[in-house]
Design a protein around this ligand. Structure first.
Ligand code: NAD
Length: 571
C-alpha cells in the first residue's frame, strides 16, 4: 500500500514532470537485481562530482518497477522553453499499461496555441544555437550521453510501463538510441567540408549548414530509440527540433527532455508536443518547419511523405515491413532455430525488423516442430516480471488485429503449428497478451503473408531451392530486412548479391547496422521517397544543407611588404 502511494505521487511525476532530479553524474547504474525487480520502485541515487563539483549533492529519482495500479495518474505535460507545462487542452488520450490496461497517464492533444508556441520557441532559439560553436554543442552532447547512461534503467522502466516490452528489451531500446547520440559526439570530424583550388587563386569550399526547425514524428514501438535517431543528429548539426512522440508512450521522450535540459541544451532547441493526426497536420502545414523525420506505419507515412513533400519540406519516412529469412539445409540448425525464435517473438513481434516470415528451403521444413517447441517455451508475461521473454502487445485493438490475421491464415488453409491466441498470464488476466504463434504451409496469396502482422506471429512458407527463395522474397513489396542462414560462403554471397531488401543478415537475424558510421537502409515499400536514411552519414546529410563558397583572392592584390625602388619597366 505504501509502495502504491509512492507510485501515485512521485514515481509518475518522475516520468512526466521531472523536477526532482537536479544534478547529473557519470556513474553507470548498477545492473538490475532480482530483489530490485521485486520492489515496487527503484531509486536512482546520483552524485554530481564529475560535472558539478560545487553542487555535489545527492539527488534521487524514483521510477516504477511494477505494473501496479496507479491511483490518480498524473497528466503528461508538454515541453517548451525547457519547461514542463500542463496542457490547456480539452482533448486527452488515455494511456494504459498494456500488461493490465490500467490507466498510466493522460496525454494531451496539444492545442493550436501550444503547437504554435513550440515553433515560436524554436524559431527564437535557432539564431543563437546555429551560431554556437561545434565544440560547445559537442560538450552538451557529451553530457547528454552521460546522463542517458546514468538514467538508463529509469528510461527502460518508463518504456516497460507504457509500451509493454520486457525491461531487458527496453534497455536495448535505450542503448540503440544512445549509440546514435554517442556517435553524434564525433561531429567534429563528421561535418568537415571539401575544398578545391578550382582556378588560379580561386577555390571552392563546401559547408554543411543546419536547416532551421525540424520535426520528428515517432512510432510507439521504440519510445527511446527512435526519438534518439533524430534528436542528437538534428541538434548537433545546429537545428532546433520539435519532437512528437507516439501518443501511446511519450514517457521516455519526456525523460530525454529533462536530461537534455540538464545537459545544457538552451531553451527552445528541443520542444515536445503531443497528440495524433491533428499535431501531424500542423507539422506538415507549418512553413517554419523545414524537415520531417517520420517512422511508423505505411498509411501515416505515405500521407506525411506526400503532403510534406508537396509543401516543399525535406521528409525522411521509414514505414512497415515483412522481413524474411531463407533457411538453407546446410545452416547450423541450433543457431538458426534460436535466432529465429528470438527475432520472431522478441518484443512481441513489434519491431519493424522482427523476423516474421520464414522461407524453408528443401528439407528444413522438418525443423518447424523444433522451432515451435522452443517458441512455446518462451515466458509471456508482464515486462517487469523476472524471466519474461515477451510482454503484451500495445493495445486490445492490436491484439484483435493480430488474432484476426492468424484466423485468416487458418481460414485460407495454413497449418496452425502453435496458437498463442487467448494467452493470459496468471498475474495479468486483463493485459493484451498474445503468445508465440506459428503458421506453416503459408502461401504468398494469403492475407497473413501479405500484411504486416506486427505481433508474435511467424509465417512459414516452403520452397525447393535458393533461387526459389530469392525470387519469392524479392516479389514482396517490402525491403526493410532479410536474412539467410547457411554455412556456405558461396550461398551467402549469391543471396547477398541477388536479394533486394536493404538490410541483409548472413546468419544474423536482425541486421540493423549500428549508428557508428552506417545508416538504417531499408528500401522498397519500407521507406518512402528518396533515400533519406536515418542516422550515420546520411542522417547528417538529411539534417544539413550544403553551401559552397567560391572565392577569388588574386595573388597580385596582396599588399606588398617591401617597397620597390627601381623604375617600372613594364606598361
Ligand atoms: P503509426 O503510423 O500508427 O504512428 C506513427 C506516428 O504517426 C505516431 O506519432 C502517430 O501519432 C502518427 N499517426 C498515426 N496515424 C496517423 C494519421 N492517420 N495521420 C497522421 N499521423 C498519424 O505507427 P505505429 O503503430 O506507432 O508504429 C508501428 C509501425 O511503425 C509498424 O508498421 C512498423 O513497421 C513501423 N516502424 C518502422 C520502422 C522502420 O524503421 N522502418 C521502425 C519502427 C516502426
Amino acid at each position: 500500500m505504501a509502495a502504491r502511494r509512492l507510485l501515485s505521487r512521485s514515481l509518475l511525476s518522475s516520468l512526466r514532470t521531472p523536477t526532482i532530479y537536479t544534478a547529473p553524474a557519470l556513474r553507470m547504474p548498477a545492473p538490475l537485481s532480482k530483489s530490485a525487480t521485486q520492489t515496487a520502485v527503484r531509486r536512482l541515487t546520483a552524485t554530481a562530482q564529475h560535472l558539478k563539483p560545487a553542487a555535489a549533492a545527492a539527488v534521487q529519482v524514483d521510477y516504477p518497477m511494477t505494473h501496479e495500479k496507479i491511483s490518480n495518474p498524473p497528466n503528461t505535460k508538454w515541453f517548451v522553453d525547457n519547461q514542463f507545462v500542463e496542457s490547456k487542452t480539452s482533448q486527452w488520450i488515455d494511456l494504459h499499461d498494456p500488461a493490465t490496461n490500467n490507466l498510466v497517464t493522460r496525454v494531451p492533444q496539444s492545442t493550436d496555441a501550444e503547437l504554435k508556441a513550440a515553433v515560436d520557441s524554436a524559431e527564437k532559439a535557432f539564431p543563437a544555437w546555429r551560431a554556437t560553436s561545434l565544440l560547445h554543442r559537442q560538450q552538451i552532447m557529451f553530457k547528454f550521453v552521460a546522463l542517458i547512461r546514468q538514467h538508463w534503467d529509469r528510461l527502460a522502466a518508463s518504456i516497460t510501463l507504457e509500451q509493454g516490452k520486457t525491461f531487458a528489451d527496453a534497455k536495448g531500446d535505450v542503448l540503440r538510441g544512445l549509440q546514435v547520440a554517442e556517435t553524434a559526439c564525433g561531429i567534429t570530424t563528421q561535418l568537415t567540408g571539401e575544398v578545391l583550388e578550382v582556378s588560379k587563386d580561386m577555390e571552392t569550399r563546401s559547408y554543411r549548414e543546419p536547416l532551421g526547425i525540424v520535426a520528428a514524428i515517432c512510432p510507439f514501438n521504440f519510445p527511446a530509440m527512435i526519438p534518439l535517431w533524430c534528436l542528437p543528429v538534428a541538434t548537433i548539426t545546429g537545428n532546433c527540433i520539435i519532437l512528437k512522440p507516439s501518443e501511446r508512450d511519450p514517457g521516455a521522450s519526456m525523460i530525454l527532455a529533462e536530461l537534455a535540459k540538464e545537459a545544457g541544451f538552451p531553451d527552445g532547441v528541443i520542444n515536445i508536443v503531443h497528440g495524433s493526426a491533428k499535431t501531424v497536420d500542423f507539422i506538415i502545414d507549418e512553413p517554419r518547419i523545414k524537415a520531417i523525420s517520420f517512422v511508423g506505419s505505411d498509411k501515416a507515412g505515405q500521407y506525411i511523405y506526400t503532403r510534406g513533400s508537396e509543401k516543399g519540406k525535406r521528409v525522411q519516412a521509414n514505414l512497415g515491413a515483412k522481413n524474411h529469412a531463407a533457411i538453407m539445409p546446410d545452416a547450423n540448425r541450433n543457431h538458426t532455430i534460436n535466432s529465429i525464435v528470438g527475432a520472431a517473438f522478441g518484443a512481441a513481434g513489434q519491431r519493424c525488423m522482427a523476423l516474421s516470415t520464414l522461407v524453408m528451403v528443401g528439407e528444413t521444413k522438418e525443423w518447424l516442430p523444433e522451432i515451435a517447441k522452443r517458441a512455446a517455451q518462451l515466458n509471456v508475461n508482464g515486462g517487469f516480471e523476472e524471466g519474461a521473454d515477451l510482454g503484451p502487445v500495445i493495445s486490445p485493438q492490436a491484439r484483435e488485429k493480430i488474432e484476426a490475421l492468424v484466423q485468416s491464415g487458418v481460414d485460407e488453409g495454413a497449418t496452425l503449428l502453435l496458437d498463442g491466441r487467448g494467452h493470459k498470464p496468471a498475474k495479468y488476466p486483463n493485459g493484451n497478451f498474445v503468445g508465440p504463434t506459428i503458421l506453416a504451409d503459408v502461401t504468398t496469396e494469403m492475407k497473413c503473408y501479405q500484411e504486416e502482422i506486427f505481433g508474435p506471429v511467424l509465417v512459414c512458407l516452403n520452397v525447393e531451392t535458393l533461387e526459389d527463395a530469392i525470387e519469392l522474397i524479392n516479389k514482396n513489396k517490402y525491403g526493410n530486412g532479410v536474412a539467410v542462414f547457411t554455412q556456405s560462403g558461396a550461398t551467402a554471397g549469391r543471396f547477398q548479391k541477388d536479394i533486394e531488401a536493404g538490410q541483409v543478415g548472413i546468419n544474423v537475424p536482425i541486421p540493423v547496422p549500428l549508428a557508428t558510421s552506417f545508416s538504417f537502409t531499408g528500401n522498397k515499400a519500407s521507406i518512402a521517397g528518396n533515400a533519406n536514411y536515418f542516422y550515420g552519414r546520411h542522417g547528417l546529410q538529411f539534417y544539413t544543407q550544403l553551401k559552397t563558397v567560391t572565392s577569388h583572392w588574386r595573388a597580385e592584390d596582396a599588399v606588398a611588404t617591401r617597397a620597390k625602388t627601381e623604375m617600372p619597366t613594364h606598361h
